[in-house]
Design a protein around this ligand. Sequence first.
Ligand code: MG
Ligand code: MG
Length: 436
Amino acid sequence: MAINFDEFSLRRQRLIKVMGEGVAIIPTSPELIRNRDSHYPYRFDSYFYYLSAFKEPESVLFIIAGAHPKTVLFCRDKDMEREIWDGFRYGPAGAVAEFGFDEAYSIAKLDEIAPKLLANQEKLFYSFGAETGWDLRVNSWLNHLRSQARTGTSVPDEVVDVRKHLDEMRLYKSAYEIEIMRHSSAIAAGAHQRAMKFVKPGLMEYEVEAEFLHEFYRCGAQSPAYASIVAGGRNACTLHYNLNNAKLCDGDLLLIDAGCELDGYASDITRTFPISGKFSSAQKDLYEMVLASQAAAIAKVLPDEHWNAPHEAALDVLIRGFIDFGLCKGSPEEVLESGSYRQFYMHRTGHWLGLDVHDAGEYKDKQGNWRIFKKDMALTVEPGCYVVPSDKVPKHFWNIGIRIEDDVVVTESGCEVITKGAPKTVFEIEELMQDA
Ligand code: MG
Ligand code: MG
């Protein structure tokens, strides 16, 4: 999708309004060296990107609010020699022309100009503690200003965490963002379909991971959104398993938690399906239970419902299932109260989703109450069930790990599941795998 520069400019204007006065400093991520002169693949900082659309490293955005608001970008200079090696750079003039900043300067001039932008401002909007290199630099500018106190220059005496304001803005997705997220989700859903058709006993987990990477890049995604989890059999009970180097065995389930990043936006899908193409009856029992808990949770994602309602709905279905299948003992109330269900379901049912896979935004308000869902918030719904071998557990359930995860956006009356292209009913999965 073409970048909507007007929207990025509007976000900067909104931040100026929220700030009221003062200066905000939002740097992008540093490049990280992998070894010697090789770098890790570069990923811009999400807050910086959210306000700038600018993807080059060595950049920082200053936003000045008050009577004379302006936006100032510092970025790499045009450099014909470096561009031959590393590729195109906009340079300050290009950044102003293409991205709509009021001013832009060479990053080489940052230490000279930044103190002037900070001088005589009352408030500094900056997130101390996020990146040590930038903290030191911002402190050096502040100290420089302090050393000039006798000339009448004042130093900002109030520091506000700019991320607090940006978290709140990022929580509500625009139509443009939702469109990108739908696309990101569709690519990931297609990759899950591809995996279902591809899987058979004897393959290695990494061969399945390769199918995901192939599909992500083939469809235009820039990278996976996080390290893919491709976990056969018992490995599915390790929640963040990503060795992905075991052989897939006939009779086991395969849990895949994989999503891509498209134009900065993450998709995050988990599907669990039988390696043979056919669920055993024990697998089916637990699978249908998790699927029903997910449906109950999704039904609770709607405006004015609170953040924890989907989790509570999922837990209710899971706990009743655990009791029915002999995994937990007692009444549903007792199992909930004692927390004995945590042996089989130890994580929460979702997280905010957006530029980051675990996206910005608070889950509780200042009073400690759960956040209330509002239209255009995006999140995942991902209940699961994990059974490691134990004398106290029926043997036919051993080594079954199941998670079903979809991405949803709150609408006016409920939510839109944007990952529905990935099959998840027993019938859909078995049919797709049999046809393959
Ligand atoms: Mg996931
Ligand atoms: Mg997730």
